[in-house]
Design a protein. Structure first.
Length: 279
């Protein structure tokens, strides 16, 4: 019997490092990164419709429904599978936009996975990842559903076993545009490739961090504050910054000391996404 409703998570991610190796002829950047999934994120409620309408709520201020990646993902899957049914989608949004923690991409990935299940489309993980890549370079990692080493534009993934950590994430009050950062002439684009073993031994840097810090004082301030307590780093193209801790209590003790104007959260790193039960 076909299910009528499902609810699924859309977890956040952190880029534990981000090296930009060069720029391709199509404008995309070749990169290396490690995606750490977190046990914190948005949630989607999906309900089957017998007509072909896609209804998304609530409306996010300043973002037309047609431009929301959740709506785009639903329409893409519907068209690809020539699906006659629709869906009512409610997005419980808690992750900040423009934060570098994958909010929109994770929402899109969970929409594809959830509606593939609800509509009984029968697409496998590889097919869903190929669809997701057309929505954004970070979408496949969320469909793949594992903490991962990534190359290419971020779509070449291999599972990465990492020591369990707790992460303190700060969200400066600014929205960083990924296209703006990747098109900036001052961005470092010539990092040397490293191996997984080298990353696990030595770590890595974020090639976007210096540029974003210079353009967004709020990011620089958050990094400077958090760096007093632990090595702090920006994730993706920002604006969120993070530090890792061995236990929850250590992270929470420092989180309580943060400046009042800095929002954020504490989350545990996870190896696998809860959405994998739907693939």
């Amino acid at each position: 019997m076909q299910k009528q409703h499902i609810s699924l998570a859309a977890p956040a991610k952190l880029n534990l490092f981000l090296h930009i190796l060069g720029q391709r002829a199509d404008g995309y950047h070749e990169l290396q990164t490690a995606f750490q999934l977190l046990d914190h994120g948005d949630r989607l409620d999906l309900t089957l419709r017998q007509d072909d309408g896609i209804h998304l709520e609530p409306v996010i201020p300043g973002l037309a429904v047609q431009d929301n990646l959740v709506f785009k993902a639903a329409k893409l899957l519907q068209s690809h599978c020539q699906q006659k049914q629709g869906a009512d989608i409610y997005l419980h949004k808690i992750l900040p936009a423009g934060g570098g923690i994958g909010g929109g991409s994770s929402d899109a990935a969970s929409t594809l996975v959830g509606l593939n299940h609800l509509w009984q489309c029968g697409l496998n993980k590889k097919q869903l990842c190929e669809l997701g890549l057309s929505l954004g370079a970070d979408v496949p990692v969320f469909i793949n559903g594992q903490t991962a080493w990534a190359e290419g534009v971020g779509e070449q993934l291999q599972a990465l076993e990492l020591e369990e950590k707790w992460y303190l994430v700060l969200a400066p009050n600014c929205h960083v545009s990924t296209p703006e950062i990747f098109s900036n002439k001052c961005l470092t684009r010539d990092s040397s490739a490293i191996t997984v073993a080298a990353f696990l031994e030595q770590g890595g840097r974020n090639d976007c961090q210096q540029l974003v810090s210079s353009l967004y004082p709020e990011v620089a301030e958050a990094l400077n504050w958090l760096s007093q307590f632990a090595p702090a780093k920006m994730t993706g193209t920002g604006a969120c910054v993070f530090a890792s801790f061995d236990d929850q209590s250590s992270a929470e003790a420092i989180f309580k000391q943060r400046p009042e104007h800095l929002e954020g959260f504490i989350a545990k790193g996870i190896q696998e996404s809860p959405i994998l039960v739907f693939i």
